[in-house]
Design a protein around this ligand. Structure first.
Ligand SMILES: [Zn+2]
Length: 494
């Protein structure tokens, strides 16, 4: 019976964020080893859950290594990276000879002193298992793919959708590619192409150009039986590395010329649609005016730059300020602010409290908003996702926001959370006594991922050009490692 090593280290790193990410941030989500991985992840809709299901179905033996993931945030410390990498590799060495390695990685992790952790890890794994044992990994399509990573792995299987709704299926696909290598002797050829294109988080929605037409063509190419998998990577513009940007990786059954030709064509399609990458959303004042004038709700206002799933603090106040100033009614804003939660808890349900809400992490997301409001509810902030959505697909179904408070300020309800919690599921509001469908305006701190949960109930979605760490205006970042020239930062003809 084939024996497969399984594990992964996943982090989306915002290298311009003012804070660093240590081991505690991983411990707060997942930092588990050995059989605990199977106990925690078997049956989940995550990439690792898909890989485990594939191996279980095949009856393969699993040697679980290490599974670590954290909410997107700033640069990973050298200590955390050394510890995670060291533990995973030590367990792989201790596992003895294996018939293959199945991984879940992100692709946009950056650590102090390591601008390509995934590439490094894959090379180190290759050195341990030797040239013949297959290495296949699931990947987030927000990864910035390096040539080293493509060279070291036999196949990299990126999510096809953003919001990420196909993570489980891609995990299963990675498992099936591994099976073909183990049982049928499949050996792959890979081609990586990088159009000189930098996509903001907002521009990585897979239903819109430039990614949508690339996927359309890639799907047709994947019907060619010689194609093993095509990964269309939107990239993560907020991780400043020499391999940051959009890319496509085509994996075939050994036909290098086909892989090269297809990758070239897909990169060209992306380049032809580059103008769409410059879209930044609507100005705040105009977005709030339109939302308030809408004939029916809920109108979803997407706070593009305070994108928790992209590494921002989730305490931005720019839209909250505008809604309160305009006396908006039946509006909801979620703000991560542990201090304000504690004050509301101290006051108790029904009390009127004076709070300074939000914008306490940095000065990039507005200023604290002074409010006088009524505490409507206090909870422990635990809820179970009710749908299949972007974040349950990454972190599982039980979500823990930490202690929460709902404070009403005029017609605006503010859900204050202790932990920053992305808008992944309608149960986030419902668990706090707020019916999402009954709201006129809901502010979500996300440019794209929220669509998994909120698009089905939205009367209208307005992407708002807010200030913040995950701004769609990429000209505001002082890149040092990014390959240049690159669109839309540099004037380019081609
Ligand atoms: Zn992603």
């Amino acid at each position: 019976m084939p024996r497969i090593a399984l594990g992964g280290i996943v982090h989306e790193t915002h290298t311009f964020a003012p804070t660093v990410t240590g081991l505690a941030a991983f411990e707060d989500y997942f930092l588990i080893q050995g059989d605990a991985i199977l106990d925690a992840m078997r049956g989940t809709r995550t990439p690792l859950g898909g890989e485990i299901a594939a191996l279980d179905d095949l009856g393969y033996e699993i040697a679980p290594l290490l599974w670590a993931t954290a909410m997107p945030s700033g640069l990973v410390t050298a200590e955390a990276w050394a510890s995670l990498r060291g533990r995973l590799l030590a367990r792989l060495r201790a596992a003895g000879p294996v018939d293959g390695v199945l991984l879940a990685l992100h692709g946009a992790m950056v650590a102090e002193g390591a601008n390509d952790p995934e590439g490094e890890l894959l090379l180190a794994i290759r050195a341990i298992v030797g040239p013949d044992a297959p290495i296949v990994s699931a990947l987030d399509m927000h990864g910035n793919l390096s040539q080293a990573a493509v060279d070291a792995a036999d196949a990299l299987v990126a999510f096809d959708t953003n919001p990420h709704l196909d993570t489980y299926e891609r995990g299963r696909e990675a498992g099936d590619i591994l099976r073909r290598m183990v049982e049928e002797g499949l050996r792959t050829a890979r081609a990586l192409r990088r159009p000189p294109l930098l996509l903001s988080a907002l521009a990585t929605w897979t239903e819109r150009a430039p990614l949508a037409p690339v996927h359309t063509r890639a799907q047709a190419m994947e019907r060619n039986p010689r194609v093993v998998v095509i990964s269309v990577m939107g990239g993560f513009a907020y991780a400043d590395t020499p391999h940051t940007g959009m890319s496509v990786a085509v994996t075939t059954d050994g036909d290098q010329a086909l892989a090269d030709r297809y990758a070239e064509e897909l990169a060209d399609i992306a380049w032809q649609h580059r103008a769409a990458a410059a879209y930044k959303g609507e100005p705040v004042a105009e977005a709030v005016r339109r939302a308030m004038a809408a004939p029916r709700g809920p109108v979803i206002l997407a706070d593009v730059a305070d994108n928790i799933g992209g590494g921002s603090p989730g305490d931005g106040t720019v839209i909250l300020r505008a809604l309160i100033d305009a006396d908006a009614q039946d509006a909801v804003v979620v703000i991560a602010d542990a201090e304000a939660v504690a004050q509301a808890w101290a006051a108790g349900v029904g009390a009127t409290v004076a709070l300074a809400v939000g914008s306490k992490t940095d000065h990039l997301h507005g200023a604290p908003v002074q409010v006088a409001g009524v505490v409507e509810g206090l909870t422990d902030g635990r809820f179970t996702n009710e749908g299949i959505n972007h974040f349950s697909q990454l972190y599982g179904h039980e979500i823990h926001m930490g202690p929460c408070a709902v404070v009403r300020v005029g017609g605006v309800r503010i859900l204050l959370t202790t932990r920053r919690t992305p808008p992944g599921d309608l149960a986030q509001l419902r668990s706090q006594g707020i019916a999402p469908e009954a709201q006129r305006i809901i502010v979500v701190k996300s440019p794209v991922a929220f669509r998994g949960a909120y698009q089905p109930i939205a009367a209208e979605i307005i992407e708002v050009d807010t200030p913040g760490l995950v701004t769609a205006d990429l000209t505001t970042f002082a890149y040092r490692h990014l390959p240049r020239p690159i669109y839309p930062l540099d004037p380019m003809e081609r």
